[in-house]
Design a protein around this ligand. Structure first.
Ligand code: ADP
Length: 499
């Protein structure tokens, strides 16, 4: 290369660098919703049919990004729930427990394949109603949901070999209640193992995100799943409570807040119902001085900012070893400046809409609490859309163990940072929480990983990565984060009785 060429190239690179520092501007890249068909009104899915709620009550579901009404959803009363449980019981006694395990598996395979065929439609609806970036629903939620059906389809005819010396029996009707952060994926996590094990289901999605569960009901119809094997009842807390309190439900599986989990645990105490709870979390992400810092920073961003922090296992507490604290914080701030907050339907968006007005208020209240507690707040300059519910990614520096923003689950894109010097210190701090769902460790040393994973009180510990899921690996927490596991062989156990 001549000197002149070299100079020109250097100048071009310098220009690029200038461009970059002043902020890349991405052209809008919206995902089309023209292929999505939403009904004006959705009924309850009971006994394989769409039925109007007995009280004829409906509620509206809106897009959190545009505040537009998307559809009207039926609100199931206790009488509707009773109809759904009766349908599930009938299907259990007369159809589902009678067919062979191999046949059950075939239905599940069929459901998995149809979800894959409709993947784009599912992703778009999930994003329209839930507010999460289309990239997340397209690349994570929907493929994982299909994979759960594939995975448990494979187990159906192998149950008799899975527990040597024991017979695996189904348990009956499962009542399942799910939250709004992963609407389709949570439905798959719950329905697939229940059906593989030979049970029937009454499922209630969260009131702000009913649509993909209702679309899933359409998939069940297309797959020819026998009537009553899965029933979807929509509604809010009262509908959920009607499922929990129904005397003919054999098992409750709940994912949601620790407060509601405690109510459910009390409600079923003294009954024969089985229970699994997947509740809140306040995960610690721990960066040691010997970690690959750039990789760790990206993992931290993925763990708390992508998906708006709407993940129960979100890495909402960051512990950085003192020697690299300044470096990590600088890199984190720089990376936060490049995050795109806005239209979740845009393929470039990193942080979409907060799921509801109430949730946004809760997050904003915590931001005020953090400032009043004396922590230093950092938010990159970003213009939030005027309509819809949005929150800028937020760092809190100089936090301490006693701060509420360090102790309580915020469920938003808010990260509280502390520093540490020794392994003992960080273990003490990381475990000082009522929760025990997940944690992350970033280090170059395998021995340190093993040491940390055995001492961190969390159901899942990721090492040099974060928020990685696979249908074959169990997920769940202890302490106030829940009881039982979902995923893998462990995820089948709550749906079986072994004799
Ligand atoms: P989040 O804070 O994630 O919204 P919730 O625990 O409030 O969590 O909600 C999770 C799910 O539990 C939703 O489907 C909701 O409708 C349902 N739910 C709320 N209250 C009750 C209750 N008392 N009994 C059963 N289900 C409930």
């Amino acid at each position: 290369m001549s000197k002149k060429q070299d100079k020109t190239q250097k100048a071009a690179i310098a220009d690029l660098a200038l461009d970059f520092s002043s902020g890349f501007k991405y052209e809008p890249a919206p995902e089309s919703s023209s292929h999505v068909k939403l009904e004006k009104q959705y009924e309850l899915f009971i006994d394989g049919k769409w039925v109007a709620p007995i009280d004829e009550k409906y509620f509206e579901t809106t897009s959190p990004a545009t505040e537009q009404v998307l559809s009207r959803i039926a609100e199931a009363s206790a009488a509707d729930v009773d109809k759904a449980v009766k349908a599930a019981r009938n299907a259990y006694e007369n159809v589902w427990s009678k067919i062979s395990a191999k046949e059950r598996g075939k239905y599940l395979f069929r459901i998995a394949r149809i979800i894959q065929e409709k993947a784009r439609e599912f992703a778009v609806i999930e994003t329209m109603e839930g507010g999460k970036p289309i990239r997340e629903s397209r690349d994570i939620d929907v493929p994982l949901a299909a994979n759960h059906f594939f995975y448990y389809a494979g187990w159906a005819d192998k149950l008799e070999y899975a527990f040597p010396g024991k017979k695996a029996n189904s348990i009956g009707v499962a009542g399942q209640i799910i939250p709004w952060n992963f609407p389709l994926l949570m439905a798959a996590w719950k329905i697939a193992p229940a059906l593989a094990a030979g049970n029937t289901v009454v499922l209630k999605p969260a009131e702000t995100t009913s649509l993909t569960a209702l679309k899933l009901a359409e998939v069940f119809q297309e797959a020819g799943l026998p009537a009553g094997v899965v029933n979807i009842v929509t509604g809010a807390g009262a509908t959920g409570a009607a499922i929990v309190n129904h005397p003919d439900v054999n098992k409750i599986a709940f994912t949601g807040s620790t407060d509601v989990g405690k109510i459910i645990q009390k409600a079923i105490a003294g009954t024969n119902k089985k229970l699994t709870l997947e509740l809140g979390g306040k995960a610690a992400n721990i960066i040691f001085e010997d970690a690959a810092i750039d990789q760790a920073v990206e993992g931290i961003v993925n763990g708390i900012f992508f998906n708006q922090g709407h993940v129960c296992c979100a890495g909402s507490r960051l512990f950085v070893q003192e020697g690299v604290a300044d470096k990590v914080i600088k890199k984190l701030k720089d990376r936060m400046k490049s995050l795109i907050v806005g239209d979740p339907m845009d393929k470039n968006t990193d942080i979409g809409a907060i799921n509801s007005k109430e949730q946004l208020k809760k997050i904003n209240d915590y931001l005020k609490i953090g400032v009043n507690e004396g922590a230093e707040i950092f938010q990159p300059a970003c213009t939030l859309p005027k309509k819809g519910y949005f929150c800028a990614p937020t760092l809190f520096l100089h936090t301490s163990q006693s701060h509420r923003i360090v102790q309580e689950e915020i469920f938003g894109p808010v990260l509280a940072i502390q520093t540490f010097r020794t392994v003992e210190e960080v273990l003490e701090k990381a475990n000082n929480t009522p929760y025990g769902l997940s944690a992350g460790v970033w280090t170059d040393k395998g021995s340190k990983i093993f040491n940390m994973t055995t001492k961190l009180k969390a159901g899942v510990v990721w090492a040099n990565t974060y928020n990685k899921f696979d249908p074959a690996s169990p997920f769940g927490g202890y302490k106030e984060s829940g009881i039982g596991r979902e995923g893998g062989l462990h995820g089948l156990l709550p749906y079986l009785s072994l004799s």
